[in-house]
Write a protein that binds this ligand. Structure first.
Ligand code: SF4
Ligand code: SF4
Length: 345
């Protein structure tokens, strides 16, 4: 791929203000089969440009890696947008520095979990995803840190799988905090308590998102297919108490999942438990598989539910309420999609 990039660059002029994004400049996404530029894929180009194919945790030659990233940056500087970036909302025109360092990282390289959510991508091949061997990223990232090439000011995300089950999770989070990274985001099932998450919350540098999707043990078990409801709320209470600097870093999440938790009573109970745990910030979303299949045919009650959940969080004076991609997309395109839906009928 990089040879063809070289040809594209020939004869183009250098500038420092141009259209690019943070991940092209200073980021990567560690996935379970390769290293990609980012983890975004909702736009026309499809994102997730592969940087290192067929990756299994080998030591990375970071100097070579930066050399390759410079070529990508250079393309953007010349006004060329990568095919996979086309239509991405993260592209923006601004001044970009020309230094080699990493500020944006996403870790998604393991798939084991202590929940079995019905909507999880691992369900399609659960035997494979639950038995595949993790590779250890700690020494690889430690080398980058030792080279002084990790900088704060960006974002570090942990997805997975369940991060707290990952053996290198605790040392990695501690290393990032020691390196001055002040914006770490962890998506956890909340089943296993993590001291590193607690430290990040204490220092106000880590955002924790736990998707409980329910306000009753029955609904929790129907969706998650495990019986850890009480344990999760117990842990959430401890995490909430750890927040000394910023009280809005621990969040509970509710993914509206038609047929399972799509009613106001469940939402009310979830908000009640969230407040009881001492948490004042939440995330709302729509179940991904359902939304992909029904985007142009969303029934009115789903719009109402999302708006209801937002209204309830306002009534309870919750702060930093976030709508993740699909929920935000659904609200933004409500009128247009309803028109399309009703015309088809
Ligand atoms: S522009 Fe979008 S798709 Fe391209 S690397 Fe950046 S975030 Fe990813
Ligand atoms: S908590 Fe996340 S990784 Fe675990 S089963 Fe649920 S969706 Fe999958």
């Amino acid at each position: 791929m990089f040879n063809s990039l070289k040809q594209l660059l020939k004869g183009k002029k250098k500038t420092s203000k141009y259209i690019s994004c943070e991940y092209v400049q200073h980021g990567f996404n560690v996935d379970y089969e390769d290293i990609k530029m980012c983890c975004f894929n909702c736009h026309e180009g499809g994102g997730r440009q592969i940087l290192i194919d067929n990756y299994k945790g080998e030591m990375i030659d970071w100097n070579k890696f930066f050399k390759e990233k410079r070529k990508m940056r250079e393309l953007n500087r010349q006004g060329i947008i990568l095919e996979r970036c086309k239509g991405c909302i993260f592209l923006k025109e601004r001044e970009w520095d020309d230094e080699d360092y990493i500020s944006y990282m996403v870790f998604n390289h393991w798939t084991q979990c202590n929940c079995k959510c019905r909507y999880c991508f691992t369900n399609e091949q659960s035997d494979y995803f639950n038995s595949r061997k993790n590779y250890n990223m700690y020494p690889v990232i430690k080398k980058l840190a030792d080279m002084g090439k990790i900088r704060g000011g960006g974002e570090i995300g942990f997805g997975g799988g369940e991060p707290a089950l990952l053996p290198e999770f605790e040392p990695m989070v501690n290393m990032f905090l020691d390196c001055g990274c002040d914006n770490i985001r962890v998506h956890s099932s909340g089943v296993k308590y993590s001291n590193a998450i607690e430290r990040g919350l204490k220092e106000g540098k880590l955002t924790l998102v736990v998707s409980v999707d329910s306000g009753t043990p029955e609904t929790y078990e129907r969706i998650k297919r495990v019986n850890h409801f009480e344990k999760v709320w117990e842990n959430l209470q401890k995490y909430a108490q750890a927040q000394t600097i910023d009280k809005y870093k621990a969040k509970t999440k509710y993914i509206i999942y038609p047929g399972y938790n799509d009613n106001k009573e469940e939402i009310d109970k979830w908000i009640e438990l969230t407040l009881k745990a001492g948490i004042r910030s939440v995330v709302l979303d729509i179940e991904g598989g359902w939304y992909e299949n029904n985007k142009y045919n969303v029934p009115d009650y789903m719009y109402d539910l999302l708006e209801y959940a937002q209204k309830r969080t306002q009534e309870e004076n919750m702060k930093n309420v976030e709508l993740y991609d699909r929920a935000s997309h659904m609200i933004q395109h409500k009128e247009e999609y309803i028109k399309l839906r009703d015309n088809v009928k």
